[in-house]
Design a protein around this ligand. Structure first.
Ligand SMILES: Cc1cc2nc3c(=O)[nH]c(=O)nc-3n(C[C@H](O)[C@H](O)[C@H](O)COP(=O)(O)OP(=O)(O)OC[C@H]3O[C@@H](n4cnc5c(N)ncnc54)[C@H](O)[C@@H]3O)c2cc1C
Length: 482
């Protein structure tokens, strides 16, 4: 067999499993039909959180587990993840004060010993929090964390590759069949790959993939679309808002990429993964959701960008989309060569999911699993004090300027030292593609991070697509084509 494990899907779950398995010494190959994090894992709300909302569904175990992962991730990837302060304005008609207070108390409790501050009530001096709001100064303040979801997925793949995993993007798995002692898989380009076990981490395509593998299952996924809009910065400050809506849903407003606000999300059942396209009524819903709370009003014309993803949720039979469990289910089919299928999950809990996946799968291939990632730092993440790190980046490469130094410090962490090794001035950065994107950085994304086109580099790895003109974007596309 060429490999011990063939993983289908380079979203957060596939990449986290590749990392975990390669650290256990398994020979791993991961294939994705597109880019790493090209689907759901770059289209999330970008929160590393316990999910305050899930308390209403009594999902205490999921919340506690996710909050513990939050603490781990804050330490393991301080360049990609940072604490985020949330303001929760009080809406008595939606949820009474005591209920929210009790929920936040429980959230703090389930989080255990956390490096983030505990929740509190809004105070008279919190004018920076209340000034942008239309009504009242009652409410709460609590903390969760923000993540660059696409780069966290990439960081998992980088760590896996550093431990020997082969990562192949833009190669779909066409079909596979069980053979003596493993699986024989055919990729879309006709290549044949053999492996002792298969992991189906195809996210929203998990069920379709089972069909292609000729495997039947009673489990199903509920595909639930969620969309976000981005508008020019709605308010000053680094804090976010969690806004209760009359339909009891919550909508987040979160500072995004210096100068923008991200607003989301919706919860709409869909039939196909390909239905992940934002609809006009979703844009209208999200605009109304913030207009209900903010002094500054927005309209669909203010939307500068948007994204839409499909949650591949495990179908637990819940009546409505918002209440379907966000927990994951791992299904092992060991009727012959092992096949592990992943249903559901969250960006926040992917490491934990990968650990569970190995516990389930390893005995089937005669390997003894043990925890290898609880305290493992991601590539670029060995940073004790992030502010000090940014200051050192500014001092070492002063020509970057403050904004670019901060952006690149966040994106690459300590890997920046290698990317900019020997670079003494702007001229040495090579061609300037606009918005601070240089040829040196593009080359790094191409040679080290599997970027193959403008969308990979601009929309997922750097998010500079928000700032480049169409002509500048076309120049990046031509550079990759060459
Ligand atoms: C709107 C929204 C908001 C969310 N917000 C949060 C949040 O704030 N915090 C949080 O923790 N979680 C959040 N989530 C959940 C989280 O984003 C998902 O659970 C997670 O990204 C799923 O990852 P995945 O790897 O299972 O799927 P995906 O990221 O979709 O990866 C599956 C991959 O499989 C590949 N694939 C499919 N078929 C094939 C094939 N035949 N061959 C090869 N590859 C194939 C696809 O190309 C894809 O890249 C959110 C989800 C959504 C939709």
């Amino acid at each position: 067999m060429d490999h011990d494990l063939l993983i289908i899907g380079g979203g957060i779950n596939g990449c986290a499993i590749a990392r975990e398995a390669s650290l256990l010494g398994l020979r791993v190959m991961l294939v994705d039909k597109g880019d790493l994090a090209g689907e759901t894992s770059s289209k999330s709300t970008k929160l590393i959180h316990g999910g305050l909302r899930y308390l209403e569904y009594y999902d205490f175990r999921l919340v506690a587990e996710a909050l513990h992962e939050r603490e781990r991730l804050l330490k393991a990837a301080p360049h990609l993840i940072h604490g985020l302060e949330f303001v929760l304005p009080h809406e008595h008609a939606v949820r009474p004060w005591w209920m929210v207070r009790a929920g936040l108390y429980l959230y703090d409790l389930l989080g255990g010993k956390s490096s983030l501050p505990r929740s509190r009530g809004l105070r008279a001096r919190d004018t920076a929090f209340t000034a942008p709001l239309k009504g009242g100064d009652r409410g709460f303040v609590y903390w969760d964390a923000f993540v660059d979801d696409a780069r966290l997925t990439l960081a998992n793949a980088l760590d896996a590759a550093a431990n020997g995993a082969a990562i192949d993007t833009y190669y779909a798995l066409d079909h596979a069949e069980r053979i003596d002692g493993g699986w024989r898989a055919t990729l879309a380009d006709g290549r044949i790959v053999t492996a002792r076990a298969l992991v189906n981490a195809a996210g929203p395509w998990v069920h379709q993939m089972l069909g292609r593998l000729g495997v039947t299952t009673k489990s199903n996924v509920r595909l639930v679309k969620g969309s976000h809009i981005v508008v020019p910065r709605l308010y000053d400050g680094d804090h976010a808002y969690i806004l209760q809506q009359p339909d009891r849903r919550i909508v987040f407003a979160i500072p995004y990429q210096h100068g923008f606000t991200e607003i989301g999300t919706t919860d709409i059942p869909v039939d196909q993964p390909e239905d992940a396209v934002i609809a006009d009524d979703e844009i209208a819903y999200l605009c109304e959701a913030v207009n209900r709370h903010f002094v500054r009003q927005i309209a669909p014309a203010d939307v500068t960008s948007s994204w839409s993803g499909v949650r591949p949720l495990y179908d637990d039979g819940a009546a409505n989309a918002a209440s379907v469990t966000r927990d994951y289910v791992l299904e092992l089919d060991a009727d012959g060569a092992p096949l592990l299928s992943i249903f559901g999950g969250k960006i926040t809990t992917a490491r934990h999911l990968a650990e569970d996946a190995m516990e389930k799968l390893c005995p089937a291939i005669g390997v003894a699993p043990h925890p290898v990632t609880p305290a493992r730092v991601f590539p670029g993440g060995a940073i004790a004090d992030f502010d000090q790190f940014v200051a050192s980046v500014r001092a070492t490469w002063p020509f970057l300027g403050d904004a670019r130094a901060a952006r690149m410090a966040h994106a690459y962490g300590t890997e920046l030292a290698e990317m900019l090794d020997g670079i003494a001035d702007e001229a040495a950065m090579g061609r300037d593609f606009g918005a601070g994107l240089s040829e040196i950085e593009l080359r790094w994304m191409r040679d080290r991070e599997w970027a193959t086109c403008a969308a990979d580099a601009l929309d997922r790895r750097s998010k500079l697509g928000l700032r480049l003109t169409d002509d500048q974007r076309a120049a990046v596309e031509r550079w990759f084509a060459r």
